[in-house]
Write a protein that binds this ligand. Structure first.
Ligand SMILES: [Zn+2]
Length: 732
């Protein structure tokens, strides 16, 4: 198991928790820390005994975790013993007296860390899907240990020397082996393994300062919410809000010791949900300004110096590591490969998106005039009048739509049916496989020829302790090297109806279920030798491609005819209702797309700077404005989804130079789906072609090459514009 794999297995929650703790660990004397750690590991190893179910590989089918035996107390000792065992294996590889070979170095690393991989996969999944305070406390406790364990591998000079020897003799390899060698080598180089001691010292200084700045930025975001709260004295100012909305603002005021008043709290994006219903225009402006101007010197907390300094440090780090800029460093391992390619994709979208925004703006302006308003639409007006246009022209009764999407029917006659039509696979219930909580259904997935592919856990319902949203993950990754078949999970947060009543889904929930199945099959169809290249272990701008691609079967006529039937009468969903669903889905899409593109381009502007040009930013606000203008996305009424001073993805999280990735994946999905529609649609031939070129390959082949193998050419943005209804501006 390679270092990069560990982070995946641990899960997002732990990675987040890792940041703060890692700093604390760095501040202490490293040697003492190591001794304490060793002592703790020895104690843990002593406590570790044969009764711990993680100690041996599960004997259940597909090595599915045996939840009849796993208890919370098993995780910590198994995690510690797993790290200890992995460290010993790595030490053995690094000190091997034989000359370094692909087998004794790279393959040996792939085989290492079995226990740690096993326990962390289960721990990460259960913590996310059915965790509690004990899980979270253990995550926080383990985070610095994991970080230190990972660093010990990537900073192991003897290990790197052996990897480098194999890398220098890579000419004799091709295909998956060559990719694995290059990937493994790059992981070390990107962590600074090739640098001089002096350079390494500087990298550590930069990492440490970046880490502090990131934490400070993140903490500032919370302070800024407080500093920018809006206190309303008079209920009359809140006209337009529902009684329950008003009640929750009153409650927020009480919590702030201001009984009798109303407190509006800003949310993380520039747009604020409350603006769609607030009638008082002055108050709307006040709320919008509090949001958009936060962190830019409007209150005591100012994020501008942090933004500038981080851009500068990242540029310096990238240059030390041999890259032109931070974007080049980050995107080297992505499908886009360069920041210029990502910028080009976004810029290709701009003309069509801006003309749609202009059409939407004209509708909004007309609405303002029709009500006797004598002003030009401002950013704080958009949502309010857009809501009126929507209610008038695109009204949709979502409750009526739900009647046609009953949960079981969507799963079996929708998602499973579509995947059967496309890939020939079937899903058979396995009641004998234990699960970690109630309401999880396990299926064995059978291939078109009847052979077993792996296990699929559908954990679709919400429960206490489950994190929000929807995601795919795995207990076991496919690999021929280890002889493992995939064990895959899908998680969603559907609210289950009371016993005896049908669970009815919204259209969004239905397409999310198809989306997550797309990720699941990326894991399920994986057909690679090395575990670290399996399934969804691809770059961030590629991973959402197979999932978004599958989303669009939701609207396939054959699938709809099979799935979308009234839960009481069995009647098909009427076409007029479907048309309304589509129109409502694409409403305001120009705005949605432009605010996203503007933010993504802004991210790339900061991360294509040299250290000097970043240091030369006189004012972050003017830099931002100039960047938007230069890219043709400066529309006053449609500001970026995030402005620099609260762009958490980029300055408080791990998405720097990567915010474009969602759109890149969607471009691929739309282009590939359109290609399939033009070539027969829902057929086994199309499914097989997609499986052969994309779903079976994991990260064993360059993603652009995978795409070209399937599509015959590179993607263009045209199909994405169609998918979002942005081809021809609609003025009427
Ligand atoms: Zn996804």
């Amino acid at each position: 198991m390679r270092k990069s794999l560990i982070a995946v297995a641990i899960g997002a929650a732990l990675t987040v928790a890792a940041c703060a703790d890692k700093e604390a660990a760095q501040a202490t004397d490293q040697q003492a820390e190591q001794q304490v750690q060793q002592a703790e590991q020895q104690t843990a190893a002593a406590e570790f005994n044969q009764s711990n179910p993680f100690y041996a590989e599960s004997t259940l089918p597909f090595h599915a975790p045996d939840f009849t035996k796993i208890k919370f107390e098993h995780y910590e000792p198994a995690l510690l013993a797993g790290m200890e065992a992995h460290a010993a294996e790595i030490a053995e590889i690094a000190t091997n007296s034989e000359p370094a070979t692909f087998e004794n170095t790279i393959v040996a690393m792939e085989k290492s860390g079995a226990l740690l991989g096993r326990v962390s996969a289960v721990f990460g999944n259960v913590a996310g899907s059915a965790g509690n305070d004990d899980f979270r406390a253990l995550q926080v406790k383990m985070a610095p240990k994991y970080a230190a364990h990972s660093d010990n591998i990537s900073l192991n000079a003897a290990l790197f020397a052996r990897v480098k020897t194999v890398y220098e003799n890579r000419d004799q390899f091709e295909g998956e082996k060559l990719r694995l060698i290059e990937d493994t080598y790059k992981d070390f180089v990107r962590a600074g393994a090739n640098l001089t001691e002096e350079q390494k010292v500087r990298i550590r200084e930069i990492n440490s300062e970046l880490s502090s700045l990131t934490t400070e930025f993140r903490n500032n975001l919370m302070t800024l919410v407080d500093e920018n709260m809006i206190v309303v004295d008079d209920k009359a100012q809140l006209t337009g809000l529902s009684e329950s909305q008003i009640a929750s603002l009153a409650k927020a005021a009480e919590a702030k010791d201001m009984p009798g008043k109303y407190v509006i709290t800003i949310t993380n994006t520039t747009r604020q949900p409350i603006l769609s219903s607030l009638e008082n225009r002055e108050l709307r402006e006040k709320v919008w300004r509090a949001s958009a101007e936060r962190g830019s010197g409007n209150t005591a907390t100012d994020n501008r110096p942090l933004v500038k300094r981080m851009a500068q440090l990242r540029a310096e780090k990238a240059q030390l590591l041999g890259y032109d800029n931070w974007g080049a460093y980050v995107l080297e391992q992505s499908m886009a490969a360069t920041p210029e390619a990502a910028q080009q994709m976004l810029r290709d979208l701009v003309p069509a998106v801006v003309s749609n925004v202009e059409a939407e703006m004209a509708e909004i302006q007309a609405q303002i005039s029709s009500e006797g308003g004598d002003f030009e639409v401002k950013p704080w007006d958009w949502a309010f009048y857009a809501e009126k246009v929507r209610a008038e022209k695109y009204a949709l009764d979502s409750n009526e739509v739900k009647q046609y999407f009953e949960f079981n029917r969507v799963v079996e006659d929708g998602v499973f049916y579509a995947m059967n039509q496309l890939f020939g696979i079937t899903f058979e219930k396995r009641d004998d496989i234990p699960t970690y909580a109630d309401d999880i259904v396990v299926y064995e997935v059978k291939d078109v020829n009847g052979e077993s592919l792996g296990l699929f856990y559908g954990d679709w319902f919400t429960r206490d302790g489950k994190r929000g949203g929807a995601w795919m993950s795995s207990f076991v990754s496919q690999s021929h090297l280890l002889g493992d078949k995939p064990v895959i999970l899908n998680n969603m947060n559907i609210t289950k109806a009371p016993d005896g009543q049908p669970t009815l889904l919204s259209f969004d929930e239905v397409s999310t279920m198809f989306h997550e199945m797309g990720h699941a099959l990326h894991g399920m169809f994986s057909d690679v030798t090395y575990p670290s290249l399996a399934g969804t272990s691809v770059s961030r701008d590629y991973v959402e491609f197979p999932s978004t691609f599958q989303e669009d079967w939701t609207l396939n006529p054959k699938v709809l005819a099979n799935m979308a039937k009234h839960h009481e009468t069995g009647e098909q969903i009427p076409k007029e209702l479907l048309d309304k669903v589509m129109a409502a889905k694409n409403f305001n899409m120009g705005y949605d797309t432009l605010e996203y593109i503007a933010a993504a381009l802004l991210d790339l502007e900061y991360h294509t700077l040299t250290p000097d040009s970043a240091a030369g930013i006189a004012d972050v606000n003017s830099f931002e404005q100039a960047s938007l203008t230069r890219n043709g996305v400066a529309v006053e009424a449609v500001p970026p989804r995030y402005r620099s001073n609260y762009f958490a993805h980029v300055f408080a999280g791990g998405y720097s130079a990567g915010y474009y990735a969602y759109m890149w994946s969607e471009v691929l999905a739309a282009d590939a789906f359109k290609f399939v529609q033009e070539n027969g649609g829902l057929t086994l031939e199309n499914g097989q072609a997609f499986r052969d070129a994309i779903l079976s390959k994991g990260n064993s082949k360059d993603p652009m090459q995978q795409y070209i193998d399937f599509r015959g050419q590179k993607p263009t943005v045209d199909a994405l514009l169609e998918r979002r209804g942005l081809t021809a501006p609609k003025i009427d």
